[in-house]
Design a protein around this ligand. Structure first.
Ligand SMILES: C[S@@+](CC[C@H](N)C(=O)[O-])C[C@H]1O[C@@H](n2cnc3c(N)ncnc32)[C@H](O)[C@@H]1O
Length: 357
């Protein structure tokens, strides 16, 4: 598109400069995303945790090729992910950079980038979906995307689930400590099911997911954690879980993925014992599009375009989208028979609803 002379006169040069600046940041970030993933895979961030290193020292410590590492480190420093000490020509991690790349930390940025890079391999399928309206279920995503999602969400669950979210639910901690029956619906690889099972030894847990390969991984995770005697996993659609009489049903970042979230909500309603609760963890969003036009909104709208909306369309739904917002969720829950819906907690990426009949 060639701008005409009149259009030139209409340009606000400061706005144009900011826009171009953003485009350069984003294009650089898109390429740099893969380099973050490699930094994690090759142990480059971990090696810098002990203090700044020259690229020769870093390469030596990690068994990598210095010339590549030099270019990598400079790109990282330009993006603000490493700190460059010009006086000693060394690269290091500030305490904040170290925390953000800590695989056990509250963010695990490398997992976030791993997922970002992995979804790009689905561009051709997404293009076809955008042309034809065809869906793409989670079962049809690459293993890398499914595992990347589990890794991305796990950091938040490890950080908040037991210390913030469960205590924020009315009456739930007590039941879990005393011995409760819990369902984790749309449980993915069972990260949350296992976290809860380890923490509440008197309770029993039932994980459900429509994707058989995820259920197999979840079973392995329960075995590895030594909780398989109190945890079962079954391949089931969310709208078809067995109504075993649950004290707590949990749904972590999955409700908006379901083709029929209303049918799933009604099934949860039927499956709860009197006084039982449904904990629904969803991306943190505002109710209007305008509320979500920010970096977190951008990440979730984008992820939703690649994964959540295609899954719901594949299941014949109209697709809530990852950022449906509290008001839309409340409406759905109320229609499904939940008379008491409250926002129990909010973190930077998530909101936690407690729904009771
Ligand atoms: C974003 S992932 C979240 C997985 C897991 N809860 C976590 O937080 O790691 C969404 C999950 O919903 C599952 N899912 C999608 N549609 C489903 C349905 N109709 N019934 C049950 N699970 C479903 C997918 O297989 C996927 O594991």
């Amino acid at each position: 598109m060639i701008a005409t002379e009149t259009q030139h006169l209409l340009f606000d040069s400061a706005r144009l400069e900011r826009l171009l600046g953003n485009a350069v940041v984003d294009a650089g970030a898109t390429m740099a995303a893969g380099l973050v993933v490699l930094g994690s895979r090759l142990g480059l961030y971990a090696a810098l945790d002990d203090g700044p290193l020259t690229t020769a020292e870093l390469a030596e410590r990690t068994g990598t090729a210095e010339r590549y590492v030099r270019e990598w480190a400079r790109a990282q420093a330009a993006g603000g992910y490493l700190t460059y000490h010009a006086d000693s020509d060394r690269f290091g991690l500030s305490p904040e950079q170290s925390l953000v790349f800590d695989p056990e930390g509250p963010v695990n940025a490398a997992a976030m980038f791993e997922l970002s890079v992995n979804v790009l391999s689905g561009l051709d399928r997404l293009e076809n979906g955008m042309r034809t309206g065809a869906g793409r279920g989670w079962h049809d995503q690459s293993d890398d995307v499914v595992c990347g999602t589990a890794g991305f969400y796990a950091a938040g669950y490890r950080t908040y689930l037991l210390t913030d979210w469960i205590p924020a639910l009315d009456g739930v901690s007590e039941r879990l400590r005393a011995g409760a029956r819990v369902a984790d619906v749309g449980c993915g690889h069972g990260v949350t099911t296992v976290l809860l099972a380890k923490s509440f030894p008197a309770s029993t847990f039932h994980g459900f997911n429509y994707h058989a390969a995820s259920i197999a991984r979840a079973r392995d995770a329960a075995d590895d954690a030594g909780v398989a005697d109190r945890v079962t996993f079954e391949t089931r659609d969310a709208a078809d879980i067995p109504a075993l009489g649950y004290d707590l049903v949990c749904t972590f970042d999955a409700l908006h993925d379901y083709g029929d979230p209303f049918a799933a909500a009604r099934r949860v309603r039927e499956s709860l014992v009197p006084g039982g609760s449904w904990m629904i963890v969803e991306p943190r969003t505002g109710d209007s599009v305008t509320d979500n036009l920010n970096p977190v909104g951008r990440m979730f709208y984008s992820g939703s375009t690649y994964m959540c909306v295609p899954n719901a369309l594949d299941q014949g739904g109209s697709a809530l989208g990852a950022q449906a917002g509290e008001a839309a969720l409340r409406e759905l829950l109320t229609a499904a028979g939940f008379g008491d819906v409250r926002v129990a907690a909010k973190t930077q990426f998530n909101m936690v609803l407690q729904a009771r009949p």
